[in-house]
Design a binder for this molecule. Structure first.
Ligand code: ADP
Ligand code: 5GP
Length: 189
């Protein structure tokens, strides 16, 4: 059996990782997370190989030159993120549905590559102000990092219309209900 791809993209702080983690925990859709590689430092809550493969900028560039990425982006200045071809192929061959947490450009690139085999979801925060509050509340990034993320959010929000579906993450439970409904439909056939 060959699986499908479900892509979650959004500006940082929208809540997509929260939604993805909940779905993975529910264990309902035969989902497996595509672990990306990144050159940013791990947060205290993160584990190598589970949340990301944390690698150095040199290691990242070497993988780029060897063509190991399905897509990669310099999402923030000097902070590289990429989806490994090996990761996606392995999970698809195991018959899993693969779930991605990637930036808006990366999400649209994966969608373009896989077409109807992929569903691209955009997680929209109620406002940029609320997104900033969530980033501050998450308490994983310093003030300068949060500011860079907020500065990029308005630009990223302009991509929403290019996605297959938009989920508004205002009240988390409502966003979860909507997401489950979308996945029920998409994975039904
Ligand atoms: P992203 O992965 O899009 O950067 P996160 O999932 O890390 O965002 O969420 C950012 C912060 O907002 C986290 O602290 C998370 O607990 C919180 N959060 C997520 N969804 C909601 C929501 N609907 N209402 C309030 N806080 C939320
Ligand atoms: P964070 O540093 O908050 O984990 O992630 C920052 C941004 O990079 C988020 O929008 C996240 O979804 C995105 N990201 C994570 N992995 C990848 C990836 O493999 N490719 C791309 N293009 N973006 C990614």
């Amino acid at each position: 059996m060959i699986g499908k791809l479900i892509i979650f993209s959004a500006p940082s702080g929208s809540g997509k990782t929260t939604i993805v983690h909940r779905l993975l925990k529910e264990d309902k859709y035969n989902l497996c997370f595509s672990v990306s590689a990144t050159s940013r430092q791990p947060r205290h809550t993160e584990t190598h190989g589970k949340d990301y493969y944390f690698i150095t900028p040199d290691e990242f560039r070497s993988k780029v030159s060897k063509g190991e990425f399905l897509e990669w982006e310099e999402v923030y200045e000097d902070k590289y993120y990429g989806t490994l071809k090996s990761e996606v192929e392995r999970l698809l061959n195991e018959g899993k549905n693969v779930i991605f947490d990637v930036d808006v450009v990366g999400g649209l690139n994966i969608k373009k590559y896989y077409g109807d085999k992929a569903l691209a979801l955009f997680v929209q925060p109620p406002s940029v102000e609320e997104l900033e509050k969530r980033l501050i509340g998450r308490a994983t990034d310093d003030a300068a990092t949060i500011q860079k993320r907020v500065d990029k959010a308005t630009y990223e929000l302009s991509f929403a219309g290019k996605f297959d579906r938009v989920v508004i993450n205002d009240v988390l439970e409502d966003a979860m209900t909507e997401t489950r409904k979308i996945l029920d439909e998409y994975l039904a056939y």
